[in-house]
Ligand binder design. Structure first.
Ligand SMILES: Cc1ncc(C[n+]2csc(CCOP(=O)(O)OP(=O)(O)O)c2C)c(N)n1
Ligand code: SF4
Length: 343
């Protein structure tokens, strides 16, 4: 038998894969799927305790390409957030991971996006942001930069929507930006997001190699590589794994072996970025936009806000979808009180 490495829940990395991708070779969405697989494997996720959600688009097809043992729901264009809210209410013991596109989120789904943020639904919300509608052949989406010229579309005259700024303005409690070409950072952010109690938005610039990959486009591989500036060297270590490091001076790197055998490389840097300072984060993103810099990393986190399921005070031991009719039927006294309030 080949020597296959298993994680703490007894699964190999292969157990986290899905169907073979049908997206274009080189599409940024495929790189992100690979990092979702790696993050779930390294975090010892039980696939059957995960629900994958998406809307419509090339990006929204991608949940088919990872975690094939998990539950999944491919919803209507832009309507994933309300489906996700219902699903998490129905069984709040599940982990939810949603994948959307920039069109799915900031065009047709913008209204839903705002409300899932302010409700702090506990889930990871990845926007695979390529500035175009890939699935319908490359029309401009609302995140396309002003002045972008595309072969079949001409010139985009409109101001773009910035997913990170929108998420912060709407009260999101975990906001990060990354670039599909930076696999390590994408994976670390997905792991941190999966460990957050609340809504974690990851805006990942994910080039569409077929319709938006000229080097002067801000969603291309070329531009991303040239202009990427990480806010911090970000590595996520799950809280329960206490690994003590000996001598580790600033400016050096260190390879650390995790309990499940995976290795991570830590780099200690001098740069001080405080992702808990909301107004500073807003200012920084605004400056980066004006200066045409692709700032990546964990932009903002507020770990102590109650999530939707905390606010609703759902029972910790049982999910709503496991309750029997007898559990759900109010007693006569309560019905009398409700009736008395109505008449
Ligand atoms: C109500 C509705 N309107 C329009 C469409 C057509 N449509 C399908 S995917 C899509 C855009 C997808 O773009 P995006 O979310 O950016 O994802 P990408 O394909 O670029 O990953 C559109 C407009 C649809 N399916 N449903
Ligand atoms: S059309 Fe663009 S977004 Fe869609 S699969 Fe191809 S490269 Fe990816």
């Amino acid at each position: 038998m080949p020597n296959v490495q298993l994680n703490l829940v007894g699964l190999s990395k292969n157990d986290y894969r899905g169907a073979p991708t049908t997206l274009c070779a080189g599409c940024g969405h495929n790189s992100i799927s690979n990092q979702i697989i790696a993050a779930a494997y390294e975090l010892n996720v039980v696939p059957e305790e995960m629900i994958k959600l998406s809307g419509i688009g090339c990006s929204s097809k991608s949940p088919a390409y990872f975690l094939n043992r998990s539950f999944g729901f491919n919803s209507l264009h832009g309507r994933m957030p309300s489906v996700a809210t219902g699903a998490m209410f129905g069984d709040h013991r599940m982990r939810a991971l949603a994948v959307s596109g920039d069109g799915d989120t900031t065009n047709i789904g913008m209204g839903q996006f705002k409300h899932i943020m302010r409700r702090n639904v506990p889930m990871v919300y990845i926007v695979e942001n390529n500035g175009v509608y890939g699935l319908t052949k490359g029309q401009f989406s609302a995140t396309a930069e002003k002045g972008l010229r595309l072969k079949y579309q001409g010139l985009n005259p409109f101001t773009p929507v910035d997913v990170v700024e929108e998420a912060m303005a709407s009260g999101a409690t975990f906001v990060a930006r990354s670039f599909a070409g930076d696999a390590n950072q994408v994976k670390a952010l997905i792991k941190a997001a999966l460990s957050h109690n609340g809504l974690a938005v990851l805006d990942i610039i994910s080039p569409c190699v077929t319709f938006n990959n000229e080097d002067d486009s801000r969603h291309s591989y070329g531009w991303g590589r040239e202009h990427q500036e990480p806010l911090h060297d970000f590595t996520f270590v799950p809280r329960e794994q206490e690994i003590q490091l000996d001598e580790f001076p600033e400016g050096t790197t260190k390879t650390v072996t995790m309990h499940d055998g995976a290795t991570i490389v830590l780099k200690k840097i001098d740069r001080d970025y405080d992702p808990t300072n909301r107004s500073a984060a807003m200012r920084l993103m605004e400056d980066a936009r004006n200066e045409a810099v692709l700032l990546t990393g964990l932009v903002y986190v507020e770990p102590n806000q109650p999530s939707l399921t905390d606010v609703a005070d759902l029972p910790s031991d049982r999910a709503l979808n496991r309750m029997t009719e007898a559990d759900l039927r109010p007693d006569k006294q309560l019905i009398d009180v409700a009736n008395a309030m109505m008449f």
